[in-house]
Design a protein around this ligand. Structure first.
Ligand code: ASP
Length: 440
């Protein structure tokens, strides 16, 4: 049995959190591969080490001194080392880094040192070996990961001993350090899990799993116990912030379950994400809906033209105009004589009149209208399929609370129902749906 365990920034924030990590790792001998983030915030107004490192990079770029910020960074690590009573002296490495910062260092390499030093300390604390991600995560020049080469390199490097790997970065073919986008330590963990065919990828964070709704909107939403990878995809697509998108593919491809856990509540089972969940696993749980998510910032462009549905190639013409302007269409809805396209307002705003002009010229429609300030809200649930009453309940709930529905779509797999509402109704829509599907 092998578990890859990844601890996020808040789990590595200080010695108190390091101690929790140690307890978690030591409580299960299968937890032999540990991936860590850079120390995150210890309290609300604290700084994340990665942010400070990027701040140093920006100072260097503009030729402004950053001694103080660098001092803060060093201080965070020496505090952890002291408070964990570690016999590790990072001062030589920090001095060398400072030297490099004077003579030129890339922002990627500098940012990567956050996880590098975090992993050095964690390895010493756990009594594990330090395994540098630069030795096995291999990027191509286009920034994608060469998975085959990376997996092979990790298989060669991991010899069954406990290791701690810094998250977030790897190496370019020319030897330069390259980072993933922010939050990318999740990907490092997923790649390690896939490379070593782990039994489970545990992603330890500071919430007890994925919540059924955004806690900034719904008070104390319940965590989701079981989730399929398809449901996760639906929820994150409409805004649920869980883990880095790029972390899903490597583990899903290998059929490895992903378990989101809380370092501050280690006995809580968190959310288990699987390819398939059968009735037996679901047990007593007969809720229709797995989660509710949504996001603001959309516009609906509606083209109306008599006889539109019997004309050939209209959709193609519309899509060509949007493609030319690199505007992604999130949803397409069609009526008898209308086609509506839901697009991201930020993407379309600077090119809106050009797009409308080209549609007007090419299609000669009766009208083109644009509705702005639209939000989408999605109710996601594998158990909605073939179950009567879900959409009825959803629309009745929204109607009862005065939420006007501007758009409706349901995927043919019945995994979700997505509604477009006005942005002013967004929070209310999520709250009333949560209350009606989860609480009642
Ligand atoms: N430390 C990096 C960040 O803050 C990567 C990570 O934690 O996943 O984005």
């Amino acid at each position: 049995m092998l578990k890859i365990v990844k601890f996020g920034g808040s789990s590595c924030a200080d010695a108190k959190q390091f101690a929790k990590v140690k307890r978690i790792v030591q409580s299960d001998p299968a937890r032999r591969i540990v991936v860590v983030s850079a120390p995150g915030k210890r309290f609300k107004d604290d700084h994340k080490i990665t942010d400070l490192l990027y701040l140093c990079a920006a100072h260097i770029k503009y030729g402004v001194a950053c001694d103080d910020i660098f001092g803060m960074i060093r201080g965070r690590y020496s505090d952890i080392a002291r408070d964990c009573a570690l016999d590790v002296d990072l001062s030589g490495e920090f001095d060398a880094l400072w030297e490099r910062m004077q003579s030129g260092i890339s922002a990627d390499e500098l940012a990567s040192r956050g996880e590098y030093f975090s992993a050095k300390l964690m390895a010493a604390y756990l009594g594990f070996d330090f395994l540098d991600a630069a030795l096995w995560i291999k990027f191509r020049f286009d920034g994608s990961v060469d998975r085959e080469a990376s997996y092979e390199a990790l298989q060669r490097a991991a010899d069954g001993h406990g290791v701690v790997i810094p998250g977030f970065y790897g190496v370019m073919p020319d030897g330069h350090i390259h980072t993933f986008s922010r939050g990318g330590s999740d990907i490092t963990g997923a790649l390690a899990a896939a490379a070593l065919d782990a039994d489970v990828y545990e992603n330890w964070t500071d919430v007890s799993g994925i919540l059924m709704a955004d806690p900034r909107i719904v008070k104390d939403p319940a965590p989701i116990r079981l989730l399929t990878y398809s449901e996760l995809r639906e929820l994150s697509y409409v805004g649920a912030q869980v883990l880095h998108e790029g972390a899903v593919y490597p583990v899903r491809e290998k059929g490895i379950p992903l378990n989101i856990r809380n370092t501050n509540e280690p006995d809580h089972p968190g959310t288990m994400i699987l390819e398939k969940i059968d009735d037996e696993q679901d047990g007593e749980d007969d809720s229709f809906i797995t989660g509710i998510a949504g996001k603001k910032g959309f516009s609906i462009i509606t083209v109306a033209k008599t006889g539109l549905s019997s004309e050939h190639g209209v959709l193609l013409q519309i899509m060509e105009v949007l493609e030319k302007h690199e505007i992604n269409v999130e949803f397409i809805l069609s009526g008898i004589d209308t086609v509506s396209l839901l697009v991201n307002s930020a993407e379309v705003s600077s090119r809106l009149y050009e797009v409308l002009g080209e549609l007007q010229k090419g299609l000669k429609p009766n009208s083109i209208t644009v509705a702005e300030h639209i939000a989408v809200v999605a109710a996601v649930g594998r158990k909605m399929a073939n179950r009567l009453g879900t959409s009825g309940k959803l629309f009745a709930t929204l109607g009862r609370h005065g939420v006007n529905v501007r758009m409706i779509t349901q995927g043919p797999d019945e995994l979700n129902i997505v509604v477009g509402v006005e942005e002013k109704d967004f929070e209310q829509a999520i709250r009333v749906l949560y209350d009606s599907f989860v609480k009642e």
